[in-house]
Ligand binder design. Structure first.
Ligand code: C2E
Ligand code: MG
Ligand code: MG
Ligand code: MG
Length: 278
Protein backbone atom coordinates (compact mmCIF):
# COMPACT_ATOMS: atom_id res chain seq x y z
CA UNK A 1 0.00 0.00 0.00
CA UNK A 2 1.43 3.31 -1.12
CA UNK A 3 0.49 5.39 1.92
CA UNK A 4 1.85 2.77 4.30
CA UNK A 5 5.08 2.58 2.31
CA UNK A 6 5.53 6.32 2.64
CA UNK A 7 4.92 6.05 6.35
CA UNK A 8 7.57 3.37 6.73
CA UNK A 9 10.03 5.52 4.85
CA UNK A 10 9.26 8.47 7.06
CA UNK A 11 9.84 6.47 10.19
CA UNK A 12 13.18 5.34 8.89
CA UNK A 13 14.65 8.73 8.07
CA UNK A 14 12.91 10.98 10.56
CA UNK A 15 15.34 10.51 13.48
CA UNK A 16 18.38 11.44 11.41
CA UNK A 17 16.53 14.39 9.90
CA UNK A 18 15.45 15.57 13.35
CA UNK A 19 18.99 15.46 14.61
CA UNK A 20 20.22 17.45 11.66
CA UNK A 21 17.53 20.09 11.87
CA UNK A 22 18.04 20.29 15.61
CA UNK A 23 21.75 20.91 15.05
CA UNK A 24 20.82 23.49 12.42
CA UNK A 25 18.48 25.21 14.85
CA UNK A 26 21.14 25.21 17.58
CA UNK A 27 23.80 26.65 15.26
CA UNK A 28 21.27 29.18 13.99
CA UNK A 29 20.49 30.42 17.49
CA UNK A 30 24.19 30.56 18.35
CA UNK A 31 24.95 32.61 15.24
CA UNK A 32 22.97 35.49 16.72
CA UNK A 33 25.06 35.43 19.88
CA UNK A 34 28.22 35.01 17.82
CA UNK A 35 27.47 38.19 15.88
CA UNK A 36 26.67 40.13 19.04
CA UNK A 37 29.77 38.89 20.82
CA UNK A 38 32.19 39.23 17.93
CA UNK A 39 33.11 35.55 17.52
CA UNK A 40 33.75 35.96 13.78
CA UNK A 41 36.93 37.03 12.12
CA UNK A 42 38.25 37.07 8.59
CA UNK A 43 41.28 35.41 7.12
CA UNK A 44 42.76 36.33 3.75
CA UNK A 45 44.23 34.07 1.10
CA UNK A 46 46.68 35.42 -1.50
CA UNK A 47 45.88 35.39 -5.20
CA UNK A 48 49.21 35.75 -7.00
CA UNK A 49 50.06 36.94 -10.47
CA UNK A 50 52.58 35.05 -12.58
CA UNK A 51 55.41 35.25 -13.27
CA UNK A 52 56.15 37.82 -10.53
CA UNK A 53 54.19 35.94 -7.83
CA UNK A 54 53.12 39.31 -6.48
CA UNK A 55 49.95 39.16 -4.35
CA UNK A 56 47.58 41.16 -6.54
CA UNK A 57 44.46 40.25 -4.59
CA UNK A 58 43.28 38.43 -1.50
CA UNK A 59 40.11 36.44 -0.93
CA UNK A 60 38.41 37.13 2.40
CA UNK A 61 37.15 33.98 4.14
CA UNK A 62 35.10 34.03 7.31
CA UNK A 63 35.96 32.02 10.45
CA UNK A 64 33.85 31.35 13.52
CA UNK A 65 35.69 30.82 16.78
CA UNK A 66 32.98 29.14 18.81
CA UNK A 67 33.52 29.22 22.60
CA UNK A 68 32.95 25.45 23.03
CA UNK A 69 32.90 23.89 19.55
CA UNK A 70 36.19 25.46 18.48
CA UNK A 71 36.54 26.67 14.90
CA UNK A 72 33.36 26.03 12.92
CA UNK A 73 33.77 25.80 9.14
CA UNK A 74 31.92 28.27 6.91
CA UNK A 75 30.76 25.23 4.95
CA UNK A 76 28.68 24.38 8.04
CA UNK A 77 27.42 27.76 9.20
CA UNK A 78 26.99 29.79 6.01
CA UNK A 79 24.07 27.60 4.82
CA UNK A 80 22.48 27.95 8.27
CA UNK A 81 22.92 31.73 8.19
CA UNK A 82 21.40 31.76 4.70
CA UNK A 83 18.42 29.82 5.95
CA UNK A 84 17.65 31.94 9.00
CA UNK A 85 18.43 35.24 7.31
CA UNK A 86 21.40 36.19 9.50
CA UNK A 87 23.60 36.05 6.40
CA UNK A 88 22.41 39.58 5.61
CA UNK A 89 23.88 41.01 8.81
CA UNK A 90 26.89 38.67 8.80
CA UNK A 91 27.53 39.37 5.12
CA UNK A 92 27.38 43.12 5.70
CA UNK A 93 29.94 42.77 8.50
CA UNK A 94 32.19 40.63 6.27
CA UNK A 95 32.06 43.14 3.41
CA UNK A 96 32.76 46.12 5.66
CA UNK A 97 35.59 44.36 7.52
CA UNK A 98 37.27 43.12 4.33
CA UNK A 99 37.15 46.53 2.66
CA UNK A 100 38.41 48.32 5.78
CA UNK A 101 41.27 45.83 5.95
CA UNK A 102 42.31 46.39 2.34
CA UNK A 103 42.22 50.15 2.92
CA UNK A 104 44.55 49.69 5.94
CA UNK A 105 46.95 47.54 3.96
CA UNK A 106 47.07 50.05 1.14
CA UNK A 107 48.17 52.65 3.70
CA UNK A 108 50.70 50.39 5.48
CA UNK A 109 52.18 48.46 2.55
CA UNK A 110 51.89 50.94 -0.30
CA UNK A 111 52.67 49.30 -3.65
CA UNK A 112 53.10 45.86 -2.05
CA UNK A 113 49.50 45.86 -0.82
CA UNK A 114 47.02 43.89 -2.90
CA UNK A 115 45.06 45.87 -5.49
CA UNK A 116 41.79 44.17 -4.65
CA UNK A 117 39.88 42.13 -2.15
CA UNK A 118 37.53 39.34 -3.19
CA UNK A 119 34.45 38.84 -1.02
CA UNK A 120 32.08 35.85 -1.20
CA UNK A 121 28.49 36.99 -1.38
CA UNK A 122 25.51 34.69 -1.06
CA UNK A 123 22.28 34.76 -3.05
CA UNK A 124 20.19 36.05 -0.14
CA UNK A 125 22.46 39.08 0.23
CA UNK A 126 22.55 39.85 -3.48
CA UNK A 127 18.82 39.63 -3.96
CA UNK A 128 18.10 42.02 -1.08
CA UNK A 129 16.87 45.45 -2.05
CA UNK A 130 19.53 47.95 -1.08
CA UNK A 131 22.47 45.58 -1.47
CA UNK A 132 24.16 47.67 -4.16
CA UNK A 133 23.65 50.84 -2.12
CA UNK A 134 25.18 49.13 0.91
CA UNK A 135 28.26 48.16 -1.13
CA UNK A 136 28.66 51.75 -2.29
CA UNK A 137 28.28 52.96 1.29
CA UNK A 138 31.04 50.61 2.47
CA UNK A 139 33.36 51.72 -0.32
CA UNK A 140 32.71 55.38 0.47
CA UNK A 141 33.23 54.77 4.17
CA UNK A 142 36.52 52.94 3.63
CA UNK A 143 37.74 55.19 0.83
CA UNK A 144 38.19 52.30 -1.64
CA UNK A 145 37.38 52.68 -5.32
CA UNK A 146 34.93 50.21 -6.89
CA UNK A 147 37.87 48.67 -8.83
CA UNK A 148 39.28 47.41 -5.51
CA UNK A 149 36.39 45.01 -4.94
CA UNK A 150 35.56 41.65 -6.47
CA UNK A 151 32.26 40.03 -5.58
CA UNK A 152 32.46 36.21 -5.72
CA UNK A 153 29.25 34.38 -6.42
CA UNK A 154 28.49 30.72 -6.91
CA UNK A 155 26.30 29.38 -9.64
CA UNK A 156 23.47 28.62 -7.23
CA UNK A 157 23.48 32.26 -6.16
CA UNK A 158 22.72 33.51 -9.65
CA UNK A 159 20.97 30.54 -11.17
CA UNK A 160 17.51 31.89 -10.40
CA UNK A 161 18.14 35.16 -12.20
CA UNK A 162 15.92 37.97 -10.96
CA UNK A 163 17.09 40.54 -8.42
CA UNK A 164 20.44 38.82 -7.74
CA UNK A 165 21.47 39.13 -11.39
CA UNK A 166 20.14 42.69 -11.58
CA UNK A 167 22.32 43.61 -8.60
CA UNK A 168 25.36 42.10 -10.34
CA UNK A 169 24.70 44.19 -13.46
CA UNK A 170 24.50 47.33 -11.34
CA UNK A 171 27.71 46.48 -9.49
CA UNK A 172 29.51 45.71 -12.73
CA UNK A 173 28.39 49.01 -14.25
CA UNK A 174 29.92 50.75 -11.23
CA UNK A 175 33.28 49.03 -11.77
CA UNK A 176 33.06 46.15 -9.26
CA UNK A 177 34.52 42.89 -10.61
CA UNK A 178 32.29 39.79 -10.62
CA UNK A 179 33.84 36.35 -10.16
CA UNK A 180 32.04 33.05 -10.73
CA UNK A 181 33.29 30.77 -7.97
CA UNK A 182 33.90 27.00 -8.30
CA UNK A 183 33.59 27.44 -12.05
CA UNK A 184 32.91 24.27 -13.99
CA UNK A 185 31.27 22.32 -11.19
CA UNK A 186 27.70 23.55 -11.65
CA UNK A 187 24.99 22.59 -14.09
CA UNK A 188 25.16 25.63 -16.33
CA UNK A 189 28.49 27.36 -15.82
CA UNK A 190 28.73 28.17 -19.53
CA UNK A 191 25.16 29.40 -19.77
CA UNK A 192 25.74 31.84 -16.94
CA UNK A 193 28.50 33.54 -18.92
CA UNK A 194 25.74 34.81 -21.18
CA UNK A 195 23.48 36.24 -18.51
CA UNK A 196 25.76 37.30 -15.68
CA UNK A 197 28.23 40.19 -16.20
CA UNK A 198 31.22 38.04 -15.26
CA UNK A 199 34.75 39.46 -15.27
CA UNK A 200 36.50 36.49 -13.68
CA UNK A 201 36.10 32.74 -13.53
CA UNK A 202 37.55 30.83 -10.62
CA UNK A 203 38.49 27.46 -12.04
CA UNK A 204 37.53 24.90 -9.43
CA UNK A 205 40.15 23.01 -7.47
CA UNK A 206 38.85 19.71 -8.84
CA UNK A 207 40.36 20.58 -12.26
CA UNK A 208 43.61 21.77 -10.70
CA UNK A 209 44.14 18.62 -8.62
CA UNK A 210 45.12 16.44 -11.57
CA UNK A 211 46.37 19.11 -13.94
CA UNK A 212 49.88 17.62 -13.95
CA UNK A 213 48.69 14.37 -15.49
CA UNK A 214 47.71 14.15 -19.13
CA UNK A 215 44.01 13.47 -18.99
CA UNK A 216 40.54 14.83 -18.62
CA UNK A 217 41.28 17.44 -15.95
CA UNK A 218 44.23 18.92 -17.81
CA UNK A 219 42.13 19.17 -20.96
CA UNK A 220 39.36 20.95 -19.06
CA UNK A 221 41.83 23.31 -17.37
CA UNK A 222 43.28 24.15 -20.80
CA UNK A 223 39.86 24.63 -22.35
CA UNK A 224 38.80 26.95 -19.52
CA UNK A 225 41.84 29.21 -19.87
CA UNK A 226 41.23 29.47 -23.61
CA UNK A 227 37.57 30.18 -23.01
CA UNK A 228 38.42 32.94 -20.55
CA UNK A 229 40.90 34.53 -22.95
CA UNK A 230 38.45 34.25 -25.84
CA UNK A 231 35.80 36.05 -23.82
CA UNK A 232 38.20 38.62 -22.39
CA UNK A 233 37.80 37.29 -18.85
CA UNK A 234 40.31 36.74 -16.08
CA UNK A 235 40.80 33.16 -14.90
CA UNK A 236 42.02 32.30 -11.41
CA UNK A 237 43.02 28.70 -10.69
CA UNK A 238 41.85 27.66 -7.21
CA UNK A 239 43.39 25.15 -4.84
CA UNK A 240 46.93 25.12 -6.21
CA UNK A 241 48.85 23.01 -3.70
CA UNK A 242 52.15 22.13 -5.38
CA UNK A 243 54.90 23.73 -7.46
CA UNK A 244 54.22 21.11 -10.16
CA UNK A 245 50.58 22.18 -10.45
CA UNK A 246 51.63 25.84 -10.58
CA UNK A 247 54.13 25.10 -13.37
CA UNK A 248 51.57 23.09 -15.35
CA UNK A 249 48.99 25.86 -15.02
CA UNK A 250 51.51 28.49 -16.08
CA UNK A 251 52.34 26.40 -19.16
CA UNK A 252 48.64 26.32 -20.02
CA UNK A 253 48.58 30.12 -19.84
CA UNK A 254 47.19 30.77 -16.36
CA UNK A 255 48.33 34.07 -14.84
CA UNK A 256 46.42 34.10 -11.56
CA UNK A 257 46.79 31.33 -9.00
CA UNK A 258 45.43 30.77 -5.51
CA UNK A 259 46.08 27.90 -3.13
CA UNK A 260 48.08 26.53 -0.23
CA UNK A 261 51.22 26.51 -2.41
CA UNK A 262 51.20 30.32 -2.26
CA UNK A 263 49.62 30.71 1.12
CA UNK A 264 46.85 29.48 3.38
CA UNK A 265 44.16 31.90 4.44
CA UNK A 266 45.62 33.90 7.37
CA UNK A 267 44.80 37.06 9.28
CA UNK A 268 47.83 38.87 7.88
CA UNK A 269 49.43 37.57 4.66
CA UNK A 270 53.07 38.44 4.06
CA UNK A 271 52.76 40.92 1.20
CA UNK A 272 56.46 41.65 1.07
CA UNK A 273 57.54 37.99 1.31
CA UNK A 274 56.25 36.25 -1.81
CA UNK A 275 57.21 38.97 -4.28
CA UNK A 276 60.63 39.42 -2.66
CA UNK A 277 61.40 35.69 -2.87
CA UNK A 278 60.40 35.57 -6.55
P1 C2E B 1 35.40 29.21 -1.75
O1 C2E B 1 34.90 30.60 -1.86
O2 C2E B 1 35.53 28.43 -3.00
O3 C2E B 1 36.78 29.32 -0.98
C1 C2E B 1 37.87 28.49 -1.22
C2 C2E B 1 38.00 27.44 -0.16
O4 C2E B 1 39.07 26.55 -0.50
C3 C2E B 1 38.37 28.00 1.22
O5 C2E B 1 37.77 27.16 2.21
C4 C2E B 1 39.89 27.86 1.22
O6 C2E B 1 40.44 27.81 2.52
C5 C2E B 1 40.05 26.54 0.52
N1 C2E B 1 41.36 26.42 -0.15
C6 C2E B 1 42.11 27.40 -0.70
N2 C2E B 1 43.25 26.91 -1.22
C7 C2E B 1 43.23 25.58 -1.01
C8 C2E B 1 44.15 24.51 -1.32
O7 C2E B 1 45.21 24.71 -1.91
N3 C2E B 1 43.78 23.26 -0.93
C9 C2E B 1 42.60 23.02 -0.27
N4 C2E B 1 42.33 21.75 0.08
N5 C2E B 1 41.72 24.00 0.03
C10 C2E B 1 42.03 25.26 -0.33
P2 C2E B 1 36.94 27.75 3.42
O8 C2E B 1 37.58 29.01 3.94
O9 C2E B 1 36.69 26.63 4.37
O10 C2E B 1 35.59 28.20 2.75
C11 C2E B 1 34.73 27.27 2.18
C12 C2E B 1 33.58 27.93 1.46
O11 C2E B 1 32.75 28.64 2.39
C13 C2E B 1 34.04 28.99 0.46
O12 C2E B 1 34.45 28.38 -0.74
C14 C2E B 1 32.78 29.81 0.33
O13 C2E B 1 31.87 29.20 -0.55
C15 C2E B 1 32.22 29.76 1.75
N6 C2E B 1 32.64 30.99 2.45
C16 C2E B 1 33.81 31.23 3.10
N7 C2E B 1 33.84 32.50 3.58
C17 C2E B 1 32.66 33.07 3.20
C18 C2E B 1 32.09 34.38 3.37
O14 C2E B 1 32.70 35.29 3.93
N8 C2E B 1 30.82 34.57 2.86
C19 C2E B 1 30.15 33.60 2.19
N9 C2E B 1 28.92 33.87 1.71
N10 C2E B 1 30.66 32.37 1.99
C20 C2E B 1 31.91 32.11 2.49
MG1 MG C 1 35.29 32.13 -3.09
MG1 MG D 1 36.30 29.27 -4.71
MG1 MG E 1 36.05 26.19 -4.53
Amino acid sequence: HAAKGTGDQLRRWTPALDERSLEHARLGAELRTALDEGQFHLVYQPIVELPSERIVAVEALVRWEHPTRGTVSPVEFIPVAEQNGLIVELGAWILRTACARLADWQVCHGPNAPDRVSVNVSAKQLARPGFVASVLAVLAETGLSTECLTVEVTETAVFEGGPAVTALHELRALGVAIALDDFGTGHSSLGLLQTVPVTTIKVDKSFVDNVTQAGRHAVIAETLIRLSHGLGLTAVAEGVETAEQAAALQRLGYRYLQGYHYGRPVAEPDFEGIAAAA
